[in-house]
Design a protein around this ligand. Structure first.
Ligand SMILES: C[S@@+](CC[C@H](N)C(=O)[O-])C[C@H]1O[C@@H](n2cnc3c(N)ncnc32)[C@H](O)[C@@H]1O
Length: 243
């Protein structure tokens, strides 16, 4: 097998910055379909009552989760690097203030805010960062002791997009063990084996508490022609506590 191409954080971020302003604005106040039906229920089940808690949304995109958390009473900080997404999040906060503090930074080089947060969430972010280990370590360093780290990912075992399921009715897996960039709508995500994420969370000083593979309800799957997510998970959500 040929050596896979290497990707830098700058190249990955630059792809995220190419997204059109319409797409950023139309992402939805509770995120897209995936977030509304699969990720948000898992995230909020893990988080419980966030009122009065300090929460970091690491790689917050256009800030939909920051706003949901702030409306539930959390003190929220969002970190995002790509101009288009950061600008939208900051402009929404200016127009409708919820007390969210946004920072524009690369999570891999950002020094973090040591032991500041009760919860740190990296929602669909780590697989988009080529140099993900420093970003993960900064997330953990920013947690208070006993605080919760929540990482959601494109499920590394079943990454093929939902559209492929519609034609085939199954998910194909190839070269599972090889870390490599995989083209997606905007730039690339990095495929890594699931064990890479689980072990790096443990090595960063956390104890894994719970893993959710969100399953779509059958009725929702049928209504939205998204049967794949009733049969095979597309995402995995990992909850861990800083020791
Ligand atoms: C799939 S999006 C998820 C956004 C948001 N968490 C959500 O769920 O809507 C990945 C986000 O991570 C951001 N990102 C990628 N690499 C980053 C980095 N090194 N530092 C900060 N943000 C980064 C991208 O710009 C993008 O907004």
């Amino acid at each position: 097998m040929n050596e896979p191409p290497k990707l830098t954080n700058t190249e990955a971020i630059s792809a995220w910055s190419q997204v059109s302003p319409e797409m950023v604005a139309n992402f939805g106040d509770e995120g897209d379909f995936t977030r509304r039906y699969l990720l948000n229920p898992a995230l909020f089940a893990l988080l419980g009552d966030v009122a009065g808690k300090a929460v970091l949304d690491a790689g917050c995109g256009q800030g939909y989760l920051c706003r949901m958390l702030a409306k539930r009473g959390a003190a929220v900080t969002g970190v995002e690097f790509a101009d288009a997404w950061y600008a939208y999040a900051a402009q929404r906060e200016q127009a409708e203030p919820l007390g969210i503090h946004y920072l524009q930074a690369d999570l891999s080089t950002w020094p973090g805010l040591p032991e500041m947060f009760d919860s740190v969430i990296a929602n669909m972010v780590l697989m988009d960062i080529p140099d993900y280990l420093p970003a993960l370590h900064t997330c953990v360093a920013s947690l208070k002791r006993g605080g919760e780290l929540i990482v959601s990912l494109l499920h590394p075992c079943f990454e093929e997009p939902g559209a492929a399921w519609k034609e085939k009715g199954y998910v194909e897996v190839r070269e599972y063990f090889q870390e490599r960039p995989v083209a997606q709508t905007y730039g690339y995500f990095i495929h890594r084996p699931l064990s890479a994420y689980l072990n790096s969370i443990i090595q960063a000083g956390c104890q894994i508490q719970r893993i959710i593979e969100p399953q779509l309800e059958e009725s929702v799957a049928r209504e939205h022609h998204a049967e794949r997510y009733w049969h095979v998970p597309g995402y995995v959500v990992i909850s861990a506590v800083k020791s």
